[in-house]
Write a protein that binds this ligand. Structure first.
Ligand code: CA
Length: 227
């Protein structure tokens, strides 16, 4: 999962960056509205955390421009505690959720997880399941037949992206983007390595990651199609 964090208060941004990275997300941080608008036009993200009071371009304008381009990216706005009018304007402009400052990081993490889950088909459960495979999005543990398996952080992120789109093809480029950030870019060869390692760990349990030539990858279970 790749998140764009837009926040002009460096201390808060630092906290948020760490909270998102703790979740295993790749995060890009920008501190003004123009930079946010540019990043949103040129990169692919899974969610946007958007402060409304931003230099150079107001957060609301960033949001309106994003929606005008037809993007359905999940957006969480950050507002001051008393600013009810801001919250309403944000939701009316296409935000999916909001958090009032100050907030607990655990709440931000939980709400981001829920946003991303809803965006990928509305599953209410915190677990992604496919055949004998279960991925707990809260604890970030992966189980095969209820037995936990060890995955590296990157392997887990690739698996999480595949599972969010289980039964559908996800391009190598989308996978690369999902685990990259401006600080840590990942080559497309690296994706092949992660896929190879995941296959070795998952195939004995009937979980297959198929290569769809020219299109990307698809995860499926021999126990039946994803639901
Ligand atoms: Ca601000």
């Amino acid at each position: 999962m790749r998140i764009l964090l837009t926040e002009d208060d460096p201390a808060l941004a630092d906290l948020l960056l760490r909270a998102c990275r703790q979740e295993g997300y790749s995060v890009d941080w920008v501190s003004d509205g123009v930079a946010a608008d540019l990043a949103l036009s040129s990169e692919t993200y899974d969610a946007l955390v958007l402060d409304l009071g931003l230099p150079r371009m107001d957060g609301l304008d960033v949001l309106k421009r994003l929606r005008k381009r037809g993007s359905h990216l999940p957006v969480m706005i950050l507002t001051a505690r008393e600013a009810i009018a801001d919250r309403v304007a944000g939701l009316d402009s296409g935000a999916d959720d909001y958090l009032s400052k100050p907030f607990a990081l655990a709440e931000l993490q939980a709400r981001l997880r829920a946003l991303v889950r809803r965006h990928h088909g509305g599953a209410a459960s915190a677990s992604l399941e496919l055949g004998k495979l279960r991925y707990d999005t809260v604890s970030r543990q992966v189980f095969l037949d209820d037995e936990e398996i060890e995955l590296s952080s990157r392997e887990r992120e690739v698996l999480s992206s595949l599972l969010h789109k289980a039964g559908k093809v996800i391009s190598k480029q989308a996978l690369t983007s999902a685990i990259s950030s401006w600080d840590a870019t990942v080559g497309s060869n690296a994706i092949e390595v992660y896929i190879h390692r995941l296959r070795k760990k998952l195939e004995p349990a009937g979980i297959t990651i198929r290569t769809v030539r020219g299109l990307g990858y698809l995860i499926e279970s021999s126990d039946g199609p994803a639901d």
